[in-house]
Design a protein around this ligand. Structure first.
Ligand SMILES: [Mn+2]
Length: 441
């Protein structure tokens, strides 16, 4: 069964459950919808109902539900998007595991309350799946300076489209688009083209781009396309596409891509699974951050079934650096400054630090993790001098302080607990951050 059908059934169960509890018919007793099963032709929905009480109470409830069919069906049509509005067939659930089912239901309700199961309820989802299925050709771009999720979602989409016979071109808007050292192994890397060579396809798919300007040199071509699809999980994404699959609750863009590809009918293979896994494992910090939900772990587990080389990925992405990097780490840690009154720690490196150590800019992503590991600060920042002399600032938070908001206020973006922005001056930026953080403390 497709994820989509499963979702619709769940949603239908919820909607029917709620609507039934509001019916005034005295025949209807304490009824719980335990399961909704939609037939393969989508024309009928079998609604299993467990009713507390004896047989006559159960029969009366079913009779009451049968008379309420038109109302319930209309309510279903109003709240759940479906191709056909199915005919409802009420059946008594006499299963011996009713108690167990009720238990499981309560558990699911609890999870839904936390917003985990509703995450895929996106208006443009079906239209996006349809566009992927029917496209002849698509140009795909992730954000500039790609990380694991950007590359993983880019190349998983690319490999999936290829499997469906869609002419797909993956790239991103930095010239030259050079794959970071930690990801040279990623499947599909050999298909990446330079942004200036990307064809002007009818469909343009932006992946993991929190804002249109994250497309870099490709922002113009993206907007010029007939159909711009925006697949992303950054809060604050302004739905810059014609179709937007933007789910801030998703762990990663890769998690969204997994669902889209599945619904488009793409069969996963080792390469696609490896790309998706790479995206998820990096954006969840190896399944350690709060965005790593039971559903995320279940998806990761499914991906491992395809023989994904998880230990090798961990080694390449998290445990591998050139010797020169150790020297740079030494400098950065030596320089770190702690402001206990603001619960803030930061450090920095310059262009000449990079030149002297021979370390590549894209090797420096993990420095922030070392700086933020001190228990004496909740908020951490890493300042990286750019070729133009400005500073790229990465921020992390362990507390209620939203570094996403701090970054957005400074023209940047990101998530609540991990974000970044660019600033002209290091000292002035530190001073203004301190002001705000002391205010927040
Ligand atoms: Mn991401």
């Amino acid at each position: 069964m497709s994820q989509r059908t499963e979702r619709v059934e769940k949603l239908a169960r919820q909607v029917l459950g709620e609507s039934i509890s509001e019916l005034k018919d005295p025949r209807i007793g304490f009824a719980t919808v335990t399961r909704v099963r939609i037939t393969a032709d989508l024309r009928h929905a079998r609604v299993l109902v467990s009713v507390l009480g004896d047989e006559s109470e159960q029969d009366a409830t079913i009779a009451g539900l049968n008379s309420a069919k038109p109302v319930l069906r209309a309510e279903l049509g109003r709240q759940v998007r479906m191709k056909y509005l199915p005919e409802l067939i009420f059946e008594l659930d006499r299963g011996t595991e009713t108690a167990e089912r009720v238990e499981r239901l309560l558990h699911e309700i609890e999870r839904e309350r936390k917003g985990e199961e509703m995450r895929w309820n996106v208006d443009d989802w079906d239209a996006t799946v349809e566009t992927l299925r029917s496209a002849k050709a698509a140009t795909l771009a992730c954000h500039v300076n790609p990380d694991g999720d950007a590359l993983g979602s880019l190349l998983a989409t690319h490999l999936g489209l290829k499997k469906m016979g869609v002419g797909s071109t993956p790239t991103w808007g930095t010239s030259p688009a050079k794959i970071p050292f930690a990801y040279t192994w990623i499947p599909g890397a050999q298909d990446i083209v330079q942004p200036e060579d990307a064809p002007a396809a009818e469909v343009f798919i932006a992946l993991d781009c929190g804002a249109a300007d994250r497309l870099g040199d490709l922002e113009g071509p993206a907007h010029a396309s007939k159909r711009l699809i925006n697949v992303d999980h950054h809060p604050g994404n302004e739905n810059f596409g014609h179709l937007n699959v933007v789910v801030p609750d998703a762990s990663s863009t890769a998690e969204l891509v997994a669902g889209l590809l599945q619904d488009a009918g793409v069969e996963f293979d080792r390469d696609i699974a490896t790309c998706l896994y790479a995206g998820i494992v990096t954006d969840t910090g190896r399944f350690q951050y709060s965005n790593s939900t039971p559903a995320t772990l279940r998806l990761a587990a499914d991906l491992l079934e395809y023989d994904v080389p998880a230990p090798a990925i961990a080694q390449e992405v998290f445990e591998s650096s050139p010797f020169a990097y150790l020297k740079l780490v030494g400098h950065v840690l030596e320089r770190a400054v702690l402001h206990p009154d603001a619960s803030f720690v930061y450090s920095w490196f310059t262009r000449s630090d990079l030149e002297e150590s021979g370390v590549d800019m894209d090797e420096t992503e993990k420095l922030i993790d070392l700086v933020r590991s001190t228990r004496d600060a909740d908020v951490a920042a890493m300042f990286k001098e750019q070729p133009d002399g400005r500073w790229r600032v990465s921020m992390r938070s362990k507390s209620g302080v939203s570094v996403g908001a701090l970054a957005r206020a400074r023209g940047g973006g990101g998530h609540e607990l991990a974000a970044g922005f660019t600033a002209p001056d290091l000292e002035a930026t530190v001073a203004s951050l301190l002001d705000e953080l002391r205010g927040a403390a």
